[in-house]
Design a protein around this ligand. Structure first.
Ligand code: GDP
Ligand code: IMO
Ligand code: MG
Length: 421
């Protein structure tokens, strides 16, 4: 069976922390989409790591980790990332498999990302500039290059042909702020490194594991509101971040999908441009950013902050078929007297509990329900029932609205500050 953990908001919900926390229950942890636009933070035994492409099960000795075919890989970033974790898991080569079908992010994909964003001016997506959009565009446009191509004789020819096409596009943008020769030198050095990793047909590995009764955790990146199909388009990423993405991104049939864990923060954040109905551009927003250390794990950009949005959460629970909820960062709300939760949107056409298709242009105002806050500290080591009653009211309201149980409560970045009910 393949269980899935994925974000229900705009990313950065805490997927890395919880995937790491849940890993002892699994034989395999696999990434199925996204790439180094992701930044998954792990914090255990006084050590902190941020993972971009490597699955969050890597720090557990008995666990196999797979970078699936749906992921896009920047060899330079992957080599750097593995360099950062090598001292903690010197045996990573034995426990990390890379799909031969995963697409490669080339230096020119990154340049194209920058050129495209620059051309959009104030309407830019706020991309992480990791080359994600252009790489997925080449994939669906049938002109991408896959990891497996790099061990074939025609690789250099394919590379040159692709780069020539990219340079034509970059020229059309009128973009010149790059040094391709320097980027290529790093790229080819890292390709030599990547070819030494275990490159496999991961769909076979995963299906054999399923048939052998092994347990697999598929780790999502980004969040459901950044999904290319159902997110706040066009302010989204370029992959399917929803549970359905697991089937394509790993080569797993729908009947093998087991439990879906949906993870959300007790409030909302978003990094990059695009609609954010409950955004707080005031002192409260600043307080949440400060207390929650809401700065991007990948790019360091300040994250936008706002109240919890139940309209968006209901939508993403529906799209993913969430079985169990995981609630993060409730400790950040400690000591705030009064909290607000959006339960519907007011629009010129009336009140709605649906996320409008035209979220980007819709005139909408959230309708809020007030909640009493909880005290300055929530104990993480005394169990769920010992938590403050105002906090329990907040959780129960979420459970009732989403008709889904909250199974895990996270009360700090560290692995041990987690309550499993
Ligand atoms: P991901 O992309 O979903 O893995 O999330 P990120 O790692 O980008 O962002 C989550 C941030 O919140 C990281 O800095 C985590 O260390 C931190 N974090 C995770 N859970 C908690 C929590 O329960 N409380 C607090 N205060 N911080 C948390
Ligand atoms: P994790 O896995 C938060 C956002 C970017 C931008 C948009 C498109 O850490 O939750 P892209 O580089 O994908 O073309 O950017 O998506 N974005 C994320 N925001 N967390 C992420 O990943 C994100 N990955 C992309 O900020 O708005
Ligand atoms: Mg993140």
């Amino acid at each position: 069976m393949v269980d899935v953990i994925l974000g229900l908001q705009w990313g950065d919900e805490g997927k890395g922390k919880i995937a790491d926390y849940l890993t002892p229950r699994y034989d395999i942890v696999a990434r199925f989409q996204g790439g180094p636009n992701a930044g998954h933070s792990l914090d255990f035994e006084g050590k902190k790591f941020v993972l971009n492409t490597v699955p969050s099960g890597i720090f557990h000795k008995g666990t196999l980790n797979i970078i699936g075919n749906g992921v896009v890989i920047d060899p330079v970033r992957l080599q750097e990332e593995l360099g950062r974790i090598e001292h903690e898991c010197p045996d990573y080569r034995d426990r990390l498999l890379v799909s031969r079908k995963a697409h490669l992010i080339l230096p020119t994909h990154r340049i194209l990302d920058a050129a495209s964003e620059a051309s959009k001016g104030e309407h830019k997506i706020g991309s992480t500039l990791r080359g994600i959009g252009p790489t997925y565009r080449d994939k669906t446009g049938r002109s991408g290059i896959r990891v497996g191509d790099s061990t074939e004789p025609g690789f250099m020819e394919l590379y040159q042909k692709t780069v020539q096409e990219h340079l034509r596009q970059i020229q059309a943008y009128g973009y010149t702020a790059f040094d391709l020769a320097a980027e290529e030198e790093k790229f080819f050095a890292s390709m030599d490194f990547i070819r030494q990793l275990q490159l496999v047909n991961s769909e076979y590995v995963i299906n054999e594991a399923i048939h052998a009764g092994k347990k697999i955790l598929a780790e999502g990146a980004q969040g459901s509101m950044l999904d290319v199909e159902f997110g706040s388009y066009p302010f989204v990423t370029s992959s399917v971040t929803l549970a359905g993405g697991v089937c394509n991104g790993l080569g797993v049939a729908p009947k093998h999908i087991g439990k879906i864990y949906g993870i959300f923060k007790a409030y909302c954040t978003r990094v990059g441009s695009g609609p954010f109905p409950t955004e707080l551009n005031d002192d409260m927003g600043e307080l949440l950013r400060k207390k929650g250390h809401e700065f991007g794990a990948t790019t360091g950009r300040p994250r936008r902050t706002g109240w919890l949005d139940m309209v968006a959460l209901q939508y993403t629970c529906m799209l993913n078929g969430v079985d169990e909820l995981i609630m993060m960062k409730s400790d950040v709300l400690c000591g705030i007297d009064q909290l607000k939760v959006a339960t519907a949107y007011n629009t010129p056409g009336g009140t709605t509990r649906e996320v409008p298709a035209n979220l980007c242009s819709a005139e909408l105002k959230p309708i809020y329900q007030d909640f009493r806050g909880w005290p300055n500290e929530l104990p993480h080591d005394k169990g769920y029932d010992a938590l403050d009653s105002n906090f329990l009211t907040y959780v129960e309201f979420i459970e009732q609205t989403l008709k889904t149980p909250v199974r895990v409560i996270s009360l700090g970045p560290e692995r041990h500050k987690t309550i499993m009910r």
